[in-house]
Design a protein around this ligand. Structure first.
Ligand code: ATP
Ligand code: MG
Length: 586
């Protein structure tokens, strides 16, 4: 490809709307453009990267024995009614009607539709196990599309689904996918960490997210510094600090006047007591019903855990009117003592608070010397708080650390959630009908592309790993108007393509500086320069984007140098395919 003909509109300016490096660079390098909020067009260079990511994902899925198929994007509502998710999925689902008024959605995910086809076509244990996958657009009307393709409303996902006879079969399928993911991300040049995750609306219990550790990640994770435990904070457990309730009995309950003291910080200052002695009481609405949630004053409520503990579809903090109705006091003075007519959920640490402080459900008043079991009780005691750095690892007791991550992939053990709801059964060896045991496995292709940029860029631009670079080499002719320079570059261009090295020939009538800047911005792994100096010496100048190292080599040596560095990163076998692409640019 010749740069002069390439649709690669690079930008000098930093687009104002882009908050993170990958978003900025995808716009600046001319890889994509926004069509609407959370909806993007991929331009030729960007699309080449996407196709290479998809090719790697496809190779590893095929190698793991998964079979590629293509499910419809438009899905009938009936199937989602069968699973119960037509309502559960909520506003994230794009819904539409056909001319007859029949309801459909644009697939946000494909469990229903794949289970539908498998229940019809698979009847016998002999047809199992089965893993199918597709690479296709997904549609989710995200509340807050942001960071470019990190969280968009239309995006490409690889989604795979496994069907097994029994739990051991599922474990094997899950393991195959998990290992395929490790290979995929390694080939993409990504450093990832698999963490335990919450199952969300999909259901099932055992699952992992593959996280790219990055400051700009939206997910918070914790990991143990001593063992392999790592989890999304939505899911992360922590050992309660003390194992037993306090041994000493608190003095009798006593009301204290706390005029205008509403927050934990104000209370700490007013009473000169640490927040860990306070019992923070928050009123939530769980599927519309008020619930009182108690955590230690220095802790936060984890709404995902709370949702799971309550078995609720949605939980949200209650408004002031509800708080007043439930507690009989203005916001800031809620407490569990004497609280009636509402379910009370206490975090595991709360009963251990010795001699606590809490709101008295009365304006400008708190109780002190509060003790669990004596002065109040909870209906449910469970882990509902946010795990933080410094907590004890639930496995080994070691210290947990916190980090941020970008979730690029997800593997779930679904069990029989969908096979039971939709009646996907098979006949075993004895002729007994059994539900299939399912798993599902997603990778966000566009988000992965953005994550690669987050991990591989500098102030000058992107630095693509060879495996997914839009082209391997940017061949720059310093002055294309000079015939010997142009001819030398054209000859090298042809040889590189014949070797299977994907090359852009920058033949534009631009200053060398402009060409160099674009090379660094777009992030070709190698820049090769043909100019007057090199021409006189019969050599070319090679610069490696990632390390910045420069080499002056003879033409044949240069081709060999590039070949040695590029070939290992391509394909499972690592061989350059001689015929790959021919030389479409000529
Ligand atoms: P998140 O918690 O980030 O919303 P999710 O749990 O909804 O993700 P899954 O349903 O597990 O995501 O989807 C599988 C993969 O699809 C994710 O790991 C992610 O890489 C990608 N993905 C999900 N939502 C989006 C989105 N809005 N934009 C881009 N990629 C997405
Ligand atoms: Mg989501």
């Amino acid at each position: 490809m010749r740069f002069s003909e390439l649709l690669a509109p690079t930008l000098r300016e930093v687009p104002a709307e882009a908050e993170i490096a990958s978003h900025r660079l995808m716009l600046r390098a001319g890889l994509m453009r926004k069509a609407a909020s959370g909806v993007y067009t991929f331009l030729p260079l960007g699309y080449r990267v996407l196709k290479k990511i998809m090719a790697i994902v496809r190779e590893e899925m095929d190698a793991a024995g998964a079979q590629e198929l293509m499910l419809p994007i438009i899905q009938p509502a009936e199937l989602w009614h069968e699973s119960g998710r037509w309502f559960d999925y909520g506003q994230e689902m794009f819904r539409l009607q056909d001319r007859h008024g029949r309801e459909f959605c644009l697939g946000p995910t494909h469990e229903e539709i794949v289970t539908d086809v498998v229940r019809s076509e698979v009847r016998s244990y002999r047809q199992l196990p089965l893993i199918v996958y597709q690479i296709q657009n997904k549609y989710r009307d995200e509340i807050r599309p942001r960071f470019g393709v990190m969280r968009s409303r239309e995006f490409i996902m690889k989604d795979a689904y496994s069907f097994d006879r029994d739990q051991e079969g599922l474990e094997r399928s899950y393991d195959k996918m998990y290992r395929a993911y490790e290979r995929i991300f390694a080939r993409l040049g990504l450093k990832t960490r698999a963490v335990l995750a919450d199952a969300g609306a999909i259901g099932g219990d055992d699952n992992h997210e593959f996280m790219v550790i990055a400051e700009t990640g939206e997910a918070e994770i914790v990991y143990c510094t001593e063992c392999s435990y790592a989890a999304n904070v939505e899911r992360a457990e922590a050992k309660p600090e003390q194992a037993l309730p306090p041994e000493t009995e608190a003095p009798p309950l006593e009301a204290v006047a706390t005029p205008g003291v509403r927050t934990i910080a104000e209370l700490e200052a007013f009473l000169s007591l640490p927040a860990s002695r306070m019992i923070k009481t928050l009123i939530y609405r769980a599927d519309g019903n008020p619930v009182a949630v108690l955590v230690r004053g220095d802790r936060e409520v984890n709404e995902v855990k709370l949702k799971r503990v309550l078995g609720a579809l949605a939980v949200e903090p209650a408004d002031a009117a509800t708080v007043e109705a439930v507690t009989g006091a203005p916001v800031g003075f809620a407490g569990p003592v004497g609280l009636q007519g509402v379910k009370v959920v206490a975090d595991l640490e709360v009963p251990q608070v010795a001699d606590g402080v809490t709101g008295a459900n009365k304006a400008d008043t708190h109780w002190i010397h509060v003790q669990y079991g004596r002065d109040y009780e909870a209906d449910v005691v469970a882990d509902v708080r946010v795990t933080v750095a410094g907590d004890a690892c639930p496995h080994c007791g070691g210290r947990l650390e916190a980090a941020r991550g970008i979730e690029v992939g997800h593997v779930f053990k679904l069990g029989t959630k969908y096979s039971e709801a939709l009646g996907a059964t098979y006949l075993d060896e004895t002729g007994t009908e059994r539900p299939m045991i399912m798993g599902c496995y997603g990778i966000g292709i566009n988000r992965t592309m953005a994550a690669v940029i987050e991990q591989n860029h500098d102030e000058r631009g992107i630095s693509w790993p060879v495996s997914i670079a839009p082209y391997h080499v940017d061949l720059i002719v310093i002055n294309p108007a000079d015939a010997p320079q142009r001819e030398a570059a054209e000859a090298l261009y042809e040889k590189l393509w014949q070797t299977g090295i994907e090359t852009v020939l920058d033949d534009r009538d631009e200053r060398a500086g402009v060409k160099f800047n674009d090379a660094d911005l777009i992030g070709f792994p190698f820049r090769v320069v043909v100019g007057p100096k090199s021409l006189a010496q019969g050599s070319v100048e090679i610069k490696e984007r990632a390390s910045g190292e420069q080499h002056v080599l003879g033409v044949e040596e240069a081709i060999e140098f590039l070949r040695e560095r590029i070939a290992p990163a391509l394909g499972r076998g690592g061989a350059l395919v001689e015929s790959r692409g021919g030389h479409p640019g000529l």
